[in-house]
Design a protein around this ligand. Structure first.
Ligand code: FAD
Length: 348
């Protein structure tokens, strides 16, 4: 029976970042990923997605992303970079391998997959969030006869041409999808609070600088003196263009659905053909259920290490696994710490 030192579940940017630091150690590791090709969650995003930070702030550890042809890299450029990154470092990856469950027996993890069982001393879970789209609960949502899709299933605006479309969610996905769909359809935008648009000259690079300083326990004051967060909307070209058409006007949430649309808080009804939910994601931890560590869809960690199961690390899921760890720029720090801890444990 072959026993790996480390198995990494998930071959997206988080899994690759951990692999980057592991490959400098003498440990034997393997990445299992259920996609047929490189790219992780980026393969599931819409066709015209633009990253919200320039190439130099969209790079993984060790090798910078080649300069984009545009100010903000496209999804295709980033997937190409991830694929080249894998090849450059020749990471051991098996694809497609779907992990069903992880069990622990006699001090070893048994990772059960559609290609058989894999054994390891330690485990890194880096399965991202894309497989767990989140849709908030609204009364009578099932009575609505129109189309409902989550942003993860949105490819382009073609099927919304001339329709009445409600777009829900005030982050970058909501703003970018609204910008696209509003060119071909009648749109309305619903957000919980008034959306925060960043000034034109503040993009992902400033957010990441802010994130880095927060991580180090410091505060930042930048030129424009704006308080920024990773949830704020970056004015990429398509969103600026939508602003010039005056379509970036958001209203607060409705009360409930009815068969043909939604009912607003004042009781008025409005018809819609489709709702696009740009309401985010939750951590995809289904494969760890049998370890009985999950509470409220999270696992208690110190840094990235599970508190109850000290041979398990969780990387890339969000702030609870390290500040800005669900971003390209932020994940490297937590990956490096993770590998330090694994190496120290296995040396003993
Ligand atoms: P993933 O990329 O999801 O990788 C996890 C991999 O594990 C996937 O291949 C998945 O299929 C696989 N997997 C899952 N479950 C299993 C299983 N049971 N068995 C085997 N394999 C499994 N960040 C930025 O820094 N800049 C941006 O501009 C930016 N824009 C974004 C735009 C959108 C629309 C979204 C949704 C996110 C954006 N992000 C951005 C955030 C972030 O960079 C991504 O969410 C990132 O892809 C997360 O990487 P990951 O490796 O943690 O997860």
């Amino acid at each position: 029976m072959k026993v790996y030192d480390v198995i990494i579940i998930g071959g997206g940017q988080a899994g690759l970042s951990v692999a980057y630091f592991l490959r400098r150690s003498a440990l034997e590791y393997l990445i299992l990923d259920d996609h047929k090709e490189a790219g992780g969650a980026w393969l599931e995003t819409w066709d015209d997605l633009k990253l919200f930070s320039p190439s130099e702030y969209s790079s993984l550890s060790g090798w910078a992303m080649p300069k984009s042809n545009e100010e903000y890299p496209t999804k295709a450029e980033f997937i190409k970079y991830l694929s080249a990154y894998e090849n450059r470092y020749d990471f051991p990856i098996q694809r497609p391998v779907k992990v069903f469950q992880v069990e622990k027996e006699n001090g070893l993890f048994i990772t059960k997959t559609d290609k058989g069982d894999f054994y390891s001393k330690t485990l890194v879970s880096a399965t991202g969030t894309a497989n767990k789209p989140f849709i908030p609960k609204y009364p009578n949502a099932t009575h609505f006869s129109g189309t409902q899709i989550h942003s993860v299933n949105y490819s382009n605006s073609d099927k919304f041409k001339d329709k009445n479309v409600l777009i829900v969610g005030g982050g970058n996905s909501g703003a970018q999808i609204l910008a696209e769909v509003s060119k071909v359809a009648h749109t309305k935008w619903v957000t919980s609070n008034e959306p925060t648009f960043l000034p034109n000259d503040i993009d992902g690079r400033y957010l990441f600088n802010e994130a880095t300083l927060k991580y180090l326990g410091k505060t930042i004051k930048h030129s424009k003196d704006h308080s920024v967060s990773l949830a704020n909307i970056v004015m990429v070209k398509s969103v600026k263009e939508a602003r010039s058409r005056d379509v970036l006007n958001a209203v607060r949430p409705f009360k409930e659905f009815y068969e043909h649309g939604v009912i607003w808080n004042d009781g008025t009804k409005e018809q819609f053909d489709a709702v696009i939910w740009c309401t985010g994601f939750r951590a995809n931890l289904n494969h760890l259920e049998s370890l009985n560590l999950t509470e409220n869809n999270k696992i208690n960690t110190e840094g990235t290490r599970s508190i109850k199961e000290s041979n398990l690390w969780l990387v890339g899921y969000g702030n609870w696994t390290g500040f800005a760890s669900a971003t390209i720029y932020g994940v490297g720090k937590t990956a490096r710490e993770t590998v330090k801890e694994i190496t120290a444990l296995l040396k003993r």
